[in-house]
Design a protein around this ligand. Sequence first.
Ligand code: NAD
Ligand code: UFG
Length: 350
Amino acid sequence: MSILVTGGTGFIGSHTVVQLLEKGYDVVIVDNLVNSKKLVLNRIQQISGKMPKFYEVDCCDEEKFRKVFEAEKITDVIHFAGLKSVAESVQKPDLYFSNNVGSSKVLMKLMKEFGVKNLVFSSSATVYGVPDHVPLKETDNVGGCTNPYGQTKLDIEYLLKDFSKENPDMNIAILRYFNPIGAHPSGLIGEDPQGIPNNLMPYITQVAVGKRDHLNVYGNDYKTVDGTGVRDYIHVVDLARGHLCALKKLEQKPGLVVYNLGTGKGTSVLELVSAFEKANFIHIPYVICDRRPGDVDENYADSSLAYEEMGFKTQLTIFDACRDSWNWQSNNPNGYDEGDSNEGVCSKSK
Ligand code: NAD
Ligand code: UFG
């Protein structure tokens, strides 16, 4: 009886796998390593004391993916696998649709074929498009996505809703994440962006570690507390716990449910910079630049439904996230590349 975690060697997936293993679940990871490293498995084992089963498989490859379902007794799936760069999705929209929507279609087909009833899906606050108010509730309008990546998340949500109608015995939790930051407090796993980071926190940590000269703050003329963009930053350890709450919720056979996973609190770019400086005693130089196309003034969650229906509430603070992000970055200045030479390749993985 195993939980299948697609994309389980990625940033959010690896933190979730650690918690699943710590709670005694058997875990099977499927990942094609397009945006993660096999070394993550060793780190997961170091933290949890257990090695998850691992298949290097592309979820779009139906035949290979089917073999995983044949080999393992899967009861539940958490579907993290997907490409997530907003900028890259604008350059390569076809790749994003074929990978993100395609892998989800294959997964739904195989779940049906093998009678697997419970699915947790990684959606995003990006499905709310350009919000006309905050905080955002699950019942608020979706659509008007500003990039192909966001559109893939919305398309998958619609596919899942249709799938749920056709298969009323399926239980599906769509989780709309706000802005995940932070890292495991051990400093062994964390976010490892390739190239120049698109997102704010990895950019800040790369300035702190000396890889980048300064932070570019994209605009200070937004209608916000200090003119810089406001977002809902959720610690990845809290976010990961949200997936365990969702699995518990699915045991109640709720059909299809949708939850925001956020803190309910907005933080501006300059507030995050200041929190990072205070948490770590490191100065972060910054320059105010033009707005980044597609960015919105404010985006934060009404997080009450996840609390009311599945008891999920964040426990960690922005300060915790700034401390843990820096702990990860300072211990792994080159992300997982650093460890490749001396940690070897995980021997138990398939
Ligand atoms: P990540 O890139 O670190 O992890 C995704 C994993 O999926 C990677 O390990 C990658 O190798 C794997 N993958 C991609 N396509 C695959 C395929 N076809 N088959 C098998 N494996 C594949 O990203 P993350 O930050 O951990 O995000 C996880 C999920 O959460 C993604 O679906 C992402 O869109 C969603 N999400 C992320 C954020 C964020 O800011 N990090 C916000 C909202 C939603
Ligand atoms: N920002 C900067 N400088 C940077 C990077 C970001 O000033 O170098 C600002 C942005 O303008 C924005 C804020 O920091 O105001 C947060 O930007 P991120 O790129 O970290 O996050 P976004 O809210 O733009 O997008 C993130 C994910 C998306 C996801 C969305 C909602 O990247 O995939 O959250 O969940 F869809």
